[in-house]
Design a protein around this ligand. Structure first.
Ligand SMILES: CC(=O)N[C@H]1[C@@H](OP(=O)(O)OP(=O)(O)OC[C@H]2O[C@@H](n3ccc(=O)[nH]c3=O)[C@H](O)[C@@H]2O)O[C@H](CO)[C@H](O)[C@@H]1O
Ligand SMILES: [Mn+2]
Length: 269
């Protein structure tokens, strides 16, 4: 693997307020990672996210966590290993959780152009309401990678929850589709992530103008993009799992990044 400046992970979360966060990893071959935390309620996830990332994520590499948030003062101080740093990037908030989630594409696109292109080689974009629970290293890195959604890795493509209304820019025909990718874990080189997030954001702008919102929001647009721009690596659901919703099948020996239980109604409203 050759990389000039780093790998990156982006993870985000935001509830009623807007807060987001990213990470960057710098090393001889540095990665970058990012998280979005918008809103006070999603801020409760950030500490465990950072603590477990320090334990499992790109250990031994130089990492920058970019935290996008509307509440910079509330970002927890978590001790970071040498060569790892946290950068807080202030962003605006949106009233609806769906808008917070969808606007991640716009934020990553803008910050990629403004600074990530210069600062890191790879971006990893992840949900913040999660924790790392096993090793996650440079094996995930590739020019463009997506992750199989843990609820759909065994499903037939006709049953994927793709957007099926032709009026939406995220529309996918019944007979099309390779995989159903999860919205909470994707990434790649900064150039590829810039392209992906720009296209997805523009598609959401068109949808809004046409008064339609894709069924799974940014995840629907991510799926449409990855159908026509094939990822160079597809990660198994080991890389994003939800133990509350799903029983771990015996062939999945490790769960590396798992959902932290949350009360959806309470946290989102
Ligand atoms: C694991 C998984 O399947 N994740 C996807 C799923 O999200 P979830 O159903 O897990 O939604 P969620 O509540 O985690 O929201 C997605 C993310 O947006 C951020 N956030 C959201 C609201 C808010 O007020 N503040 C805030 O910071 C935060 O980083 C959060 O993790 O569906 C969403 C779209 O419907 C996105 O595609 C998510 O990536
Ligand atoms: Mn989530």
């Amino acid at each position: 693997m050759s990389s000039r400046r780093g790998y990156g992970i982006l993870n985000w979360f935001c509830p009623s307020l807007f807060f987001c966060c990213c990470w960057i990893l710098f090393n001889a071959h540095p990665p970058f990672s990012g998280v979005l935390v918008v809103g006070l309620r999603y801020m409760v996830f950030l500490e465990l996210f950072l603590q477990t990332a320090e334990k499992h994520f790109m250990v031994g590499h130089r990492v920058t966590y970019y935290v996008f948030t509307d509440r910079p003062a509330d970002v927890p101080r978590v001790p970071l290993a040498e060569g790892r740093q946290l950068v807080v990037l202030e962003v605006r908030k949106y009233a609806r959780w769906q808008d917070v989630s969808m606007h991640r594409m716009e934020m990553i696109s803008n910050f990629s152009r403004q600074r990530f292109l210069r600062e890191v080689d790879y971006l990893v974009c992840v949900d913040v309401d999660m924790k790392f629970s096993d090793h996650m290293g440079v094996e995930i890195l590739s020019p463009l990678f997506g992750t199989l959604h843990p609820s759909f890795y065994r499903a037939a493509h006709e049953d994927f929850t793709y957007e099926r209304r032709p009026r939406s820019q995220a529309y996918i025909l019944r007979e099309e589709g390779d995989f159903y990718y999860v919205g909470g874990f994707f990434g790649g080189s900064v150039v590829e992530v810039l392209q992906l997030t720009t296209v997805c954001h523009q598609a959401m702008v068109v949808d809004r103008a046409n008064a339609i919102e894709a069924v799974c929001h940014d995840e629907s647009h991510l799926n449409r993009y990855l159908l026509y721009h094939k990822p160079t690596k597809v990660l198994s659901p080991e890389y994003l799992w939800d133990e509350r919703m799903l029983q771990r099948p015996p062939f999945l020996r490790k769960l590396r990044y798992v959902a932290v239980p949350k009360n959806h109604t309470e946290i989102r409203n």
